[in-house]
Ligand binder design. Structure first.
Ligand code: AHM
Ligand code: MG
Length: 281
């Protein structure tokens, strides 16, 4: 496990360098989820693959940019990752990230044993969830990640990141978001789940929502590469992660690119979501 986490420190340095120096344009192909890929999506995927396949403890890898898993004849961990989440923000120079989940014996929510993410912002930060959630920051001079602090969520926050296209939101979802704004919550949504969820974690709490809606009943965000890893981080930080009703880590996956509605937050906000979503399906 530690060798995988250490490997993501090297990966972070390489991807960060690529973001600063490589072409920010698109490629002609689409990835397995049907998204138009940025050149940096492909480069980042290759960087992660190169590092992970070298590790004896890794049995299999799968990424948002791959149709299916790449397996080896050794190791015990399965690593699912999104090499460059939020890559549509690259050309406007907003923060992007890498997300990873480490699984054992399968890719259902209950199989995740550790997870983490890297934020490529003005500084490069790494958050790792094992028994606790720890944050590290890259020292650009020494190229070492230095421990910053343990992350713990408060019971109630002040910020709200409501994803999806408002035109297609279900009426009860719209009312819930409106009510929270009227309670005093402030909007914090960049369009990159890594910096958006990182902000909620570091500001003590709040709510990030990417709901099911008329245009996308199962939401947009993928279980393996985005949702389960962040659900694990939020739960280990004392927060909650649900699909409206159920704990996200109780969900199963049929296809590697399955998506789910998702809500991440602290106790108060997730209780509100549950009250609103009860009996709506
Ligand atoms: P990506 O993996 O193709 O980059 O898409 C995931 C991103 C998330 O980072 C973000 O929360 C979401 O898509 C934003 O979607 P939208 O543009 O619909 O608000
Ligand atoms: Mg993504």
């Amino acid at each position: 496990m530690t060798e995988i986490i250490d490997s993501f420190k090297k990966i972070a340095i390489e991807i960060s360098e690529a973001i600063k120096t490589k072409d920010t344009g698109k490629v002609e192909t689409q990835n397995s989820s049907g998204d138009i890929q940025a050149k940096l999506d492909v480069i980042s995927d290759e960087i992660v693959e190169k590092h992970l396949l070298n590790l004896p403890s890794v049995k299999e890898i799968i990424s948002e940019e791959k149709e299916s898993a790449v397996s080896k004849n050794e190791g015990k961990y399965l690593v699912a990752y999104d090499p460059l989440d939020g890559s549509s923000l690259i050309d406007v120079d907003l923060s992007v990230g890498t997300i990873f989940g480490i699984y054992e014996n399968g890719y259902n929510g209950e199989n995740i044993v550790a997870s983490g993410y890297i934020v490529y912002g003005p500084r490069v930060e790494l958050v790792v969830a094992r028994d606790i959630v720890e944050m590290f920051r890259l020292n650009e001079k020494t190229k070492e990640f230095e421990f910053v602090k343990e992350i713990n969520l408060d019971k109630k926050g002040k910020i709200l990141g409501p994803g999806g296209t408002q035109k297609y939101w279900y009426p009860y979802h719209k009312k819930m978001i409106d009510d929270l704004f009227m309670e005093g919550y402030r909007l914090r949504y960049s369009g990159g789940m890594v910096p958006d969820l990182h902000q909620i974690l570091l500001k003590g709490g709040g709510l990030f929502a990417y709901p099911g809606a008329e245009d996308k009943p199962k939401g947009k965000l993928r279980k393996l590469f985005e949702v389960f890893p962040f659900a694990y981080v939020y739960k280990k930080a004392g927060g909650f992660a649900i699909d409206g009703e159920n704990d996200l880590l109780e969900l199963e996956t049929k296809h590697p690119h399955d998506t789910t509605p998702c809500f991440f937050g602290s106790e108060y906000e997730i209780k509100r979501v549950k009250e609103v979503y009860k009996g709506q399906k």
